[in-house]
Design a protein around this ligand. Structure first.
Ligand code: PMP
Length: 367
């Protein structure tokens, strides 16, 4: 029955469970370790902060709607043509823009069961159908994804590495996925955590985009560059996709302070190397030390890890979450990602990481 007594959202919208961000407060103590949103513990580059501040003098002016200088800076660092980039208000905006541009009611978009939740929201908001396929060992499975592709499929989303699992697909597998997709299906490679990955068989997707007509890659300044608060992401794609996105996006979707800070951030290679080194130290160390406590840890290549709690009364994820919160440690519950008994923690400062290990040890030991 159509309700004509008030405006109704289009079909799909009320099937969306609104995205729940990581908590930013804890109950216990004065210190707070926020490890719930995969933010960097290292802040932002000083050069980026300065560039942001300098922009305060011109808040009355619209930004450059084409973000030309930022696209040029990204292009020069990554060896790309700036004409093939579009910037967005976080990569979240770009994922939604891709869905809005390529999906109509009746169309389908394929992604995996533990994939980043924004894909589902973007697909439903576009009025299309999410087709969610199982993973194997908490990883996207190319054959299962391909078997879900139908005549109605228009988009395939792949987070590589994925959040919240932290797992990745070797690039041979991504190439195999792409090679078997019909040419009218757009493969969206979400490489939000690419800078952190240190594996020989990993690629972010730049070369595949450059040599295809149906692949795009999205990236973000929110993670390793520490600019989450400014909302800045970018998408690299073939001419025809960039052209379509530029028609649909808001004319001033990226702010001037974000453009200025982004340019400074991407040029600060020392900052980036330091952030990679911090992650490289802690990723194996946290994995080993939490595993030694008897916890399950999914091997991650990102700046976060997925921790699996024992299926024992008093020791499950909600209990551990409450225990950590009481000690000023905020991690992420992930039941809405299909992990009712797991927690995701972002890699924090040395002090924060030690605090998590200590707290989880005492949590597991307590009667
Ligand atoms: N993709 C993945 C896989 C993510 O984890 C996130 C951040 N939660 C994003 C995209 C979006 O990041 P942003 O909108 O801040 O660029």
């Amino acid at each position: 029955m159509i309700d004509r007594t008030r405006p109704e959202p289009k079909p799909g919208v009320l099937d969306i469970a609104a995205y729940v961000p990581g908590k930013s407060k804890a109950s216990g103590g004065s210190r707070l370790f926020k490890l719930s949103s995969n933010e960097t513990p290292l802040g932002a580059s000083h050069a980026a902060i300065e560039a942001y501040r300098d922009n305060a003098a011109a808040l009355e002016l619209y930004p450059d709607g084409g973000a030309v200088a930022l696209r040029e800076a990204i292009a020069s660092v990554h060896g790309l043509n700036p004409a093939n980039l579009v910037c967005g208000n976080g990569s979240d905006e770009l994922l939604a823009l891709l869905a809005n541009t390529y999906l109509a009611p009746g169309d389908e978009a394929v992604f995996t069961e533990h994939a980043f939740l924004v894909y589902r929201i973007a697909v439903l908001a576009a009025g299309a159908k999410p087709v969610i396929v199982p993973e194997t060992d908490l990883k996207a499975d190319v054959d299962t994804m391909l078997s879900a592709v139908t005549d109605r499929t228009r988009l395939v989303f792949l987070a590589n590495p994925n959040n919240p699992t932290g797992t990745y697909l070797p690039f041979d597998e991504v190439r195999r996925l792409h090679a078997a997709l019909p040419p009218n299906v757009l493969l969206v490679i979400d490489a939000a955590y690419a800078e952190y990955v240190r594996r020989n068989d990993y690629e972010s997707g730049i070369e595949l985009v450059s040599t295809s007509q149906n692949v795009v890659m999205t990236r973000t300044f929110s993670k390793i560059y520490g600019l989450a608060n400014l909302r800045l992401g970018w998408c690299y794609g073939p001419d025809h996709v960039i052209d379509a996105l530029n028609r649909v996006r808001g004319p001033f979707n990226v702010t001037g302070p974000a453009i200025a800070a982004g340019i400074a951030a991407i040029r600060d290679r020392d900052f980036l190397e330091n952030a990679v080194a911090h992650n490289e130290k802690w990723l194996p160390e946290l994995t080993e030390r939490l595993t030694a406590l008897g916890l399950g840890v999914t091997p991650s290549v990102g700046n976060f890890i997925l921790i699996h709690l024992p299926d024992v009364d008093g020791k499950r994820a909600p209990d551990a979450d409450a225990y950590l919160l009481d000690r000023g440690i905020v991690v992420r519950r992930v039941e809405n990602y299909g992990f009712p008994n797991s927690l995701r923690m972002s890699i924090g400062t040395d002090e924060a990481n030690e605090a998590v290990i200590d707290a989880l040890r005492s949590f597991l030991e307590k009667a």
